[in-house]
Design a protein around this ligand. Structure first.
Ligand code: GLA
Length: 407
């Protein structure tokens, strides 16, 4: 009798569901796409989404790797009588499935947005208590990506809430990327590797290079403030789970050099590249920045290592990112308002990335070809000798960025 009871107990234990794993291989490199939020906030519609999708394809951005079109906050209508969420019929008269079909036919993917709490940050219905039901609805519509926010979550535990939506997406049966957006408050980099594909490390970005924008109750970060926070977390990112210092503001009003520095640093940090400008009407300067394929390749490099802020000197920051096959990306960032001249001696940069990749630059024994990632020109080779090899001027709020190609 006792034996039977024990056997029954063991069988019952075996029947308990194991903790589900997130969908794998959706984030082998950082996600690339576009989001409504930075440019449009809540003023969105099916027409805007379709127009952006057309521009994404015609401009060549899709073929450069930008495939997600993410509808952020304010797409929501009401829940139906069974509790299933519907799109706002005024903004999306043909429903969300029609949007997904339109995007999929163009080789693009649909992202959507919800919140772990009772309401989203803009006061739309949240997913609390409807997690699995929402996951089913997204799967039915053909959604490929979910950004899951953290407003209105009094008394909710982030680890439990994000695990719940991750499990729900898994159970609903359609591979959906999970972009976690709780701004880094609960240090998700310490616990969310198996839960989500990326996690925000910062408060919201705003379109400014180097200042805070303070509101009652919250603060927005400029580009430099986002970099500073994200910089401390490189050991937590890797293939399948990325630090997210928020979406791009390129083309939304900063100067061309600030935009170039912003984009370069997101690539150096292996950050998600989610565009935030109006793709239907961008300047050539904006297009040249976001379409720089050699720079995108730094972000998307298959080694998957977030760049290292190696040192500061004379007001400049020196960043290195190890790449697959022995190459390195090397960026000098000038965050100041003045142009700065610098005499470069490669021997000052013999470093080992002991924290993450364990790779070394070894400029003393190895020569690299120097490819300028913004002029797209080769600039000779690194020197084995201990000497000033080139004099550079790094413009104010700009970068000089090279791919160092291993010989
Ligand atoms: C939060 C997020 C933003 C955006 C808004 C939408 O502030 O951090 O990225 O999604 O909500 O309301």
């Amino acid at each position: 009798m006792q034996r039977i009871a024990l056997l029954c107990g063991m069988l019952a234990l075996l029947a308990l569901p194991l903790k589900a794993q997130k969908w794998e291989h959706l984030a082998d490199t950082p996600q690339m796409g576009w989001s409504t939020w930075n440019k449009f906030q809540g003023n969105i519609s099916e027409d805007i989404i379709k127009g952006i999708a057309d521009a994404m394809v015609e401009s060549g951005l899709r073929d450069a790797g930008y495939t997600y079109i993410n509808i952020d906050d304010c797409w929501h209508g009401q829940r139906d009588e069974n509790g299933f969420i519907q799109a706002d019929p005024a903004k999306f008269p043909n429903g969300m499935k029609a949007v997904a079909d339109y995007l999929h036919a163009k080789g693009l993917k649909l992202g959507i947005y919800s919140d772990a709490g009772t309401g989203t940050c803009a006061g739309m219905p949240g997913s609390l208590g409807h997690e699995y039901q929402d996951a089913i609805q997204y799967a039915r519509w053909g959604v490929d990506y979910l950004k899951y926010d953290w407003c209105n979550t009094t008394n909710i535990n982030p680890q439990g809430a994000y695990q719940l939506i991750s499990d729900s997406l898994r159970a609903a049966g359609r591979p959906i990327f999970l972009s976690m957006c709780e701004w880094g408050n609960s240090h998700p980099w310490r616990w969310a590797r198996e839960v989500g594909h990326s996690w925000r490390t910062t408060p919201d970005i705003w379109c400014d290079f180097d200042s805070l924008r303070i509101f009652p109750g919250y603060t927005q970060f400029g580009v430099m403030q986002c970099i500073q926070l994200n910089d401390t977390l490189r050991q937590y990112a890797g293939k399948g789970y990325w630090n997210d210092p928020d979406m791009l503001e390129v083309g939304n009003g900063m100067t061309e050099n600030e935009d170039r520095a912003h984009f370069t640093m997101w690539c150096m940090m292996a950050s998600p590249l989610i565009l935030g400008n109006d793709l239907r009407s961008m300047s050539d300067a904006t297009r040249n920045i976001i379409m720089n394929k050699e720079m995108i390749a730094i972000d998307q490099d298959t080694l998957g290592v977030q760049g290292l802020h190696f040192c500061d000197h004379d007001g400049l920051q020196f960043w290195f990112k190890p790449l697959a096959g022995g190459d390195w990306a090397f960026t000098i960032l000038n965050p100041t308002r003045k142009d700065i001249s610098y005499s470069l001696n490669w021997q000052d940069f013999n470093l080992t990335d002991s924290e993450v990749s364990r790779l070394s630059t070894t400029f003393n024994t190895r020569q690299y070809k120097v490819f300028n990632l913004w002029t797209h020109k080769m600039e000779g080779k690194t020197s084995l000798k201990n000497k000033v090899e080139r004099k550079l001027t790094v413009k104010a709020r700009d970068v000089i960025s090279y791919r160092l190609i291993a010989q």
